[in-house]
Design a binder for this molecule. Sequence first.
Ligand code: AP5
Ligand code: MG
Length: 237
Amino acid sequence: MSSSHTNLEGREQGRKTAPGPILLLGAPGVGKGTQAKELVKIWGIPQISTGDLLRGNVAQGTELGRTAKEIMGRGELVPDSLVNEMVAVRLEQPDTAKGYILDGFPRTLPQAGWLDSRLATQAGVLPVVAVSIQVDYNQLLRRITGRRNCPVCQTIYNVHGKPPKRDGFCDVDGAALVQRADDTEKVFEERMKAYAASTAPVVEHYRAMGRFAEVDGDRPIAEIAAGIVAAVERLRS
Ligand code: AP5
Ligand code: MG
């Protein structure tokens, strides 16, 4: 067993509560993916990013990917039935048993209703805790246009705040970094419209359900992660 695995387990065992299902909600660029990767290290549960899963389908040229590609390129949302089915398949994997971090799902009220019903029928599964991350519009635009991704290990960089050591190349595996096709100012505006129309009501849905926390996402990454962990432990105790 690797030492990093041992350390991870130690950190996980030191936690008071099992994380269970965690939802990371927030507008494009608030840091859902960045925070999910921090929480994976802390809790040892998987990140399930519907955006990443869809981009994987696009890259592989699956039927879902062919349908999703143009929709994502316009900054609109992929139909609920397709996304729900994709999430259902992923949630069947055994690594989700102790919990998982849903990054970017649910983002419509029908998706939230689907998830809530699914969890309600599963014996012994903790209720979801939803965390909404907040960052203002100008900061989001700067983050989105400055973002670069590693296509191999999915590490997320930013030319402004989190640059790689060697310009344009991943620190982890040396792969050439890429910019997402939807990370233009024009598509960002459309994504923000979709967020306001369809996802803001999802935030209010989970706020009303009670196990909900709001965190300020305009702080150092580790500080935000510590705030999320503290909020989840408080809501689970
Ligand atoms: P998705 O991939 O989920 O995109 P998004 O919601 O627009 O969110 P992003 O991935 O752009 O941002 P993020 O919050 O993950 O931020 P990140 O951590 O990268 O979805 C893409 C598309 O897929 C959708 O438009 C839709 O078409 C489709 N889709 C996906 N899910 C769907 C669903 N459920 N239903 C229907 N359609 C769906 O950070 C951003 C940048 O900021 C990075 O460069 C990072 O380094 C930097 N950064 C992060 N944290 C900080 C910090 N604290 N300080 C400074 N910089 C920071
Ligand atoms: Mg993301």
